[in-house]
Design a protein around this ligand. Structure first.
Ligand code: ZN
Length: 185
C-alpha cells in the first residue's frame, strides 16, 4: 500500500512539474518538443543519404534556406563528409505519413547529438490532388527539419509545425519562428 502511494505522489509531481514548465516555456503554443536542442544552433550540419535524388536535394535545400532566413539563431549547412549522422533523405512507406524525423539527445544534458529528416517518396508519388506538389514537399521538409531543430507540433494553424492537413507554405510562419526563438533564446 505504502509503495503504491509513493508511486502516485511521484506521478503527481511529474505532471505538476510538466504543467508548470509548459505554461511559461511554450508561449508559442507548442507542448511536445523533441528531446532537446543543439548546442551550436548557428552551425548545425546535415548531409544527404547517398541515393537521395537531386530533385529532393533541391527541396531540402530550399527548406534549409527557409529556416536559415528566419530571424532566429538557426543556421544549417550541408556537410559533404561521409559521416553517418544528421542524415536527410527519402524513404518509401504505404500510408498517410508524408515525412518523418528523429532527434537523439545526450541523457541529462538534453543536447542533440544526431537527427534525421525524411520525406515519404511513395506518398508524393501517389499524390494526385490539385495542390502544388513541390510546395507540399518543401512544406513537409520544413516540418521535418523543424523536428530536427527540436520543435514539436504546433497547435496553431496554419504553421509548418501543424501536424495534420496539407499546406503549401514554403517558409516558416510566425508561430514556427516564435517556437525556435523560445528553444534558442
Ligand atoms: Zn511532425
Amino acid at each position: 500500500m505504502l509503495k503504491k502511494a509513493k508511486v502516485l505522489h511521484a506521478l503527481v509531481f511529474v505532471s505538476v512539474f510538466f504543467f508548470t514548465f509548459g505554461s511559461y516555456a511554450f508561449a508559442y503554443n507548442n507542448a511536445d518538443n523533441m528531446c532537446g536542442t543543439w548546442s551550436s544552433p548557428g552551425s548545425i550540419d546535415y548531409r544527404f543519404i547517398t541515393d537521395t535524388p537531386s530533385d529532393y536535394r533541391t527541396i531540402f535545400g530550399t527548406a534549409v534556406v527557409g529556416w536559415n532566413n528566419t530571424p532566429t539563431k538557426i543556421n544549417l549547412y550541408h556537410d559533404y563528409s561521409e559521416k553517418s549522422f544528421n542524415l536527410f533523405g527519402i524513404y518509401n512507406e504505404e500510408g498517410s505519413n508524408m515525412g518523418r524525423a528523429f532527434l537523439y539527445c545526450t541523457i541529462f544534458t538534453s543536447k542533440a547529438n544526431n537527427g534525421t529528416a525524411g520525406l515519404n517518396n511513395l506518398w508524393f508519388y501517389n499524390y494526385s490532388g490539385s495542390l502544388n506538389k513541390t510546395n507540399l514537399q518543401i512544406n513537409t521538409a520544413l516540418h521535418e527539419i523543424g523536428h530536427f531543430i527540436g520543435l514539436g507540433h504546433s497547435t496553431v494553424s496554419p504553421t509548418v509545425m501543424w501536424a495534420t492537413g496539407l499546406y503549401t507554405d514554403t517558409v516558416p510562419l510566425q508561430d514556427d519562428i516564435n517556437g525556435v526563438n523560445a528553444l534558442y533564446p
